[in-house]
Design a binder for this molecule. Structure first.
Ligand code: SAH
Length: 346
């Protein structure tokens, strides 16, 4: 059986044609599952009984299992989903003034091995399938249907920043983006979707040609090769000059401003010297720097006590930057933390 949530509209049209069905059935099915939120094929009343019967033999609308839901005082929610093979993944909902944002996982585990990151403590078991990513968004939205405020019932933003490296699961992630962006699908605007990568250069170059205007964030975190090599193994493969030049090509192609993420780690990358090196490194790039307070997950690293000084220094030097506001501190909402706790229990 094929999970319907794994198909882009184009793929579904092709599938319909191969089944001797009219391609417009694909649009109808999209509208039923993403606009009218039906959970069974029998509710698809405009498709004809015989067609529904055929479709039911081929596709499922199976969902993931919600293993755990945690709701924080600030409205942040964290979900642990159980997959068919019993692996677990995490998804986080964040509530902002501008809308409801979901942070999705792209892999079970991660192979990038960043020293400060909880997700990487467990190696990649497998890539997520397209439907497993789509269902993270759809199922969190389903959980919001009882919200009093109608505006809170819809997911308006998606960040691809959960467990896993999205560019290590490139094709599935691109199909996922097309499905959630489709006007007949969840219709989440491209500018409301952000993908974060640790810096897999060939994929950054490929992504520059992806037809949708998705926001790209780079987990930079360190301003020199010496530091970055030490804490982010990917840098030994694609050092800073190579990474930065791929970002310049990306900008040339897309004219889209890039975001640099920078976790402030106590006594490691939070000095004024580091701030100066960072400014020098990104000079001339149309970018935005997102300073992230460290989520203390493994005891080896501490949150910086100098984040405000670092922020002010960048600001004074005309760098567009923000010091990220934190949410969900009380529910282990940093990537990978909940999953690890759950695994440790076993
Ligand atoms: N693999 C991708 C996306 C997942 S990580 C990437 O590396 O960008 C999403 C973001 O959370 C990255 O910027 C990552 O470096 C950051 N992150 C990892 N561990 C963290 C921690 N303990 N505290 C705060 N941010 C963390």
């Amino acid at each position: 059986m094929l999970n319907l949530y794994g198909f882009t509209k184009k793929q579904l049209e092709e599938k319909m044609i191969s089944l001797n069905q009219k391609p417009f059935r694909a649009t109808q099915m999209f509208e039923w599952i993403y606009k009218k939120n039906v959970l069974s094929f029998d509710e698809m009343t405009n498709m004809g009984n015989d067609n529904v019967k055929l479709i039911k033999e081929i596709f499922t609308l199976d969902h993931l299992k919600i293993q755990k839901e945690q709701i924080s005082q600030d409205g942040t929610r964290k979900y642990l989903f159980k997959l068919d093979d019993d692996n677990c993944i995490e998804t986080v909902l964040m509530n902002y003034e501008y809308g409801q944002s979901v942070c999705i996982s792209t892999q079970v585990g991660c192979n990038m091995g960043c020293a400060f990151c909880a997700s990487g403590m467990h190696k990649k078991i497998r890539n997520l399938e397209v439907y497993e990513m789509v269902l993270q968004v759809l199922m969190v939205q389903e959980q919001l249907q009882n919200e009093e405020d109608e505006n809170k019932r819809r997911i308006s933003h998606v960040v691809i920043m959960g467990i896993g490296e999205p560019f290590d699961n490139y094709d599935n992630v691109m199909n996922f983006i097309q499905i959630i962006n489709d006007p007949k699908g969840l219709e989440i605007g491209a500018r409301h979707i952000t993908l974060s990568t640790c810096g897999i250069v060939p994929k950054i170059l490929e992504f520059a040609h992806f037809p949708l205007q998705i926001n790209l964030a780079i987990s930079l975190h360190f301003p020199t090769d010496e530091l970055r090599n030490k804490y982010m193994p990917i840098n030994r493969r694609y050092p800073l000059d190579v990474l930065l030049s791929s970002i310049k090509s990306y900008y040339k192609e897309t004219s889209r401003r890039i975001t640099f993420e920078y976790i402030l780690l106590d006594q490691i990358n939070d000095s004024i010297t580091c701030a100066k090196q960072l400014i020098e490194l990104i000079k001339g790039i149309n970018c935005y720097v997102n300073l992230i307070p460290m989520n203390e997950s493994n005891g080896l690293f501490k949150r910086s006590s100098r984040s405000k000084i670092f922020f002010d220094y960048l600001h004074q030097n005309n760098i567009n930057c923000t010091l990220r506001r934190e949410q969900g501190h009380d529910i282990d909402a940093a990537c990978g933390q909940l999953r690890i706790k759950e695994m440790q229990k076993k």
